[in-house]
Design a protein around this ligand. Sequence first.
Ligand SMILES: Nc1ncnc2c1ncn2[C@@H]1O[C@H](COP(=O)(O)OP(=O)(O)OP(=O)(O)O)[C@@H](O)[C@H]1O
Ligand SMILES: [Mg+2]
Length: 500
Amino acid sequence: MIDLTIAEIAHIVGGTLADISTDEAAATHVTGTVEFDSRAVGPGGLFLALPGARSDGHVFAAAAVSKGAVAVLAARPVGVPAIVVTPDVAPSGDQMSGVLEHDTDGSGAAVLAALARLASAVAARLVDGGLTIVGVTGSSGKTSTKDLLAAVLTPLGEVIAPPGSFNNELGHPWTVLRATESTDYLVLEMSARHRGNIAALAAIARPSIAVVLNVGTAHLGEFGSREAIAETKGELPQAVPASGAVILNVDDTAVAAMAAKTAARVVRVSRSPGADVWADGVTLDELARPRFTLHAGDGEVDVALAVHGDHHVSNALCAAAVAFECGATLQQVADALATAGPASRHRMQVVDRPDGVTIVNDAYNANPDSMRAGLKALAWMARGGRRSWAVLGEMAELGDDAISEHDNIGRLAVRLDVSRLIVIGTGRAMSAMHHGAVMEGSWGSEATMVADADAALALLRSELRAGDVVLVKGSNSAGLGALADVLIADSADQGGAPTA
Ligand SMILES: Nc1ncnc2c1ncn2[C@@H]1O[C@H](COP(=O)(O)OP(=O)(O)OP(=O)(O)O)[C@@H](O)[C@H]1O
Ligand SMILES: [Mg+2]
């Protein structure tokens, strides 16, 4: 964070000081980071007391101070130096995450609102000092693209980007507050559960460059319709000032239509000629890593991505377009993309085991679009005679479409000629996936339904053999990440998988 005193922060967030009795104490500088986990607090830090699933952050205030926090941002006095904000609002039902699930008295909402005010003030000062804020939204690929963006912008200056998928009302301001005077680029992933969520995030830190990747069906159950999802994603281009740039993946018609929503200059990105930044000659290597020619203006350069799956072409084009806005050359972009492998966990992580089995760990989450993308990558990697295994868990939050979307995925697995489909779970949605596969022509043991990830592991351990390719994918609740991790650790000499 930028250097601010406790008194300055209190002024920004509209809080009062508690257990800070002298002006001298109030003039103490916060020089460290802002943290919601007391274990992460370091010297000079600021600790956020938020309600949690098991305990209330206020309980950890003293622990945070002993780790070096100079103050706590809290909803009540905590016996150590604090900036106290009053819970005057009811807990918001409009949250993006479970952050405020345990906020029974509005104290969490008050601390988060204060955090937003602090992040907003800090972002505004840093932008005045020359910081460029880049915002990314879309139904699928935000985190992947955020990681590619960090890679392509790093040659140009100091980049702050969130770890993993920090994209909600807590992770977003937390990330903003990692930026300092020396930061050149702040890359922010912006996600939504409801209309207005992205506008709220953009109000905290207004991007001068925005990327919209796609409008899919992720969280369809929450939104009700794809149109509502498009409207919400459209809040990002709307927030970009006329002096900024909006990067649109025009291969998605709902994204292309957002050109009408922004005052900013529009940069069109496509896999077809005629766009501002585009790709042609896309091929995949044996591990489904895309290669293509990247075109921008009159220039072109050959690109070989280090991430797996054809779907990353548009993510990479969007990242490249941002880099060009920031002054990168074609060669700088190609060089950065060539070494930018999967950076956040459980997203198309491809591991060749010593016993000849390849595990594709894409277990972080799943929606119909990313399932299709993952299955296509699996089919590609297995072409030439390898056996392919799709080990799939449920796609969460699809509302009324859950049954038909799961049925579609079961059918797609068969159409892509996946050798073995393991459906994990026996509820209605997973039964529909299994049924879809059977109806599409899967027979015998080609499609198997098992109760849980342990049963899937037992089956895989007994049947995998050298040459097999295994995709593990589902929404993150299903324990599939752990399954994939165990499969990666397994190998023949550990008694895991027999070789053929
Ligand atoms: N452009 C894309 N189209 C379809 N699927 C994609 C695309 N980009 C990434 N994916 C796949 O979507 C899944 C999630 O990727 P990623 O974590 O990057 O998305 P996200 O938008 O950040 O998701 P979340 O909303 O959970 O934060 C992965 O399986 C990934 O391979
Ligand atoms: Mg994400």
